[in-house]
Design a protein around this ligand. Structure first.
Ligand code: 2HA
Ligand code: ZN
Length: 274
């Protein structure tokens, strides 16, 4: 099968373009990765052109010998749909989870995303936590969430509760809540460690003054999660622009009733009295 005909590759390209159309990927902002299933690797292996081993910059032994489809460092999301072979690549990890090599793509040179340590450490945590169910990690520069990191306390409880209050679907879409990483230098191992620690508990991590990471089972769920959180942030920004307080909102007991009917568990740590 031709590489670009594979369903997971088409899904990846569509998601990258959807993110571009949302306005979340100015210039080379954001990055996307997909942990490829063994049966999907088999189908496109005939297209491989294997490169040299390179250090990942962190260690992910739980992902040894796995394959990932990832966006390229410095590449633009808006170009992915036009020139996927120049903008994205598939990589293979070695038997220790310490090095990678490109097996397809980035035909004009380049490296996988600058946030590769964060992507892979998040994949490792999620693979264990979901018994292999999760395959997608997505980083986007979502303007409304970023704006909120200047005015809300950078605490998981506050971001989760305020965003839950903005739309009834929110506690159903992200019942585990949202984590917040304070401002840190992006691209390295330290921010990857901080983010993956939050990913043990949550499917969403906010990077203060930078953007968001979302994790999920497939492209639809992960894109939908990013979209839902950012839309909720947009409503909060609108509300705060009209007046600083709320005349009425969803109350803790109403969240508890919602949780019962929709069969989700909402931690009491988010349902504090204000
Ligand atoms: O430019 O988003 O965090 C890619 C990024 C770095
Ligand atoms: Zn970024």
């Amino acid at each position: 099968m031709k590489f670009l005909d594979a369903e997971f590759v088409r899904g990846f390209i569509r998601m990258a373009n959807d993110g571009w159309e949302q306005g979340w990927h100015e210039r080379n902002g954001g990055n996307l990765s997909y942990r490829v299933k063994p049966e999907e690797v088999v189908r496109i292996k005939g297209n491989f052109q294997i490169g040299e081993w390179q250090p990942i910059g962190t260690s992910v032994p739980g992902l040894a010998e796995e394959y990932f489809l990832v966006t390229g460092s410095g590449k633009y999301f808006r170009n992915v749909i036009l020139r996927p072979e120049d903008s994205i690549c598939m990589i293979e990890l070695d038997d220790k989870g310490e090095n990678y090599r490109i097996v397809w793509g980035l035909v004009n040179g380049g490296r996988p995303t600058s946030e590769l340590p964060s992507h892979l450490m998040n994949h490792e945590v999620k693979k264990i936590a979901t018994k292999g169910r999760y395959h997608v990690i997505y980083h986007a520069h979502t303007a409304n969430i970023i704006a909120l990191t200047f005015v809300l306390p950078l605490r998981d409880e506050v971001f989760t509760r305020e965003l839950w209050e903005m739309a009834t679907e929110c506690p159903v879409v992200f019942p585990d809540g949202i984590g917040v990483v304070p401002w840190m230098v992006p691209g390295g191992r330290d921010i990857a460690v901080a983010t993956s620690r939050l990913m043990r508990e949550y499917d969403v991590a906010i990077w203060a003054h930078h953007g968001m990471f979302a994790a999920g089972e497939n492209f639809d769920l992960t894109f939908g999660l990013m979209h839902t959180v950012e839309k909720s942030a947009q409503i909060l920004v609108k509300m705060l622009s009209m007046r600083p307080d709320k005349l009425q909102t969803i109350q803790p007991d109403e969240f508890r009733s919602l949780a019962k009917d929709f069969k989700v568990t909402l931690s009491e740590k988010f349902l504090y009295e204000k």
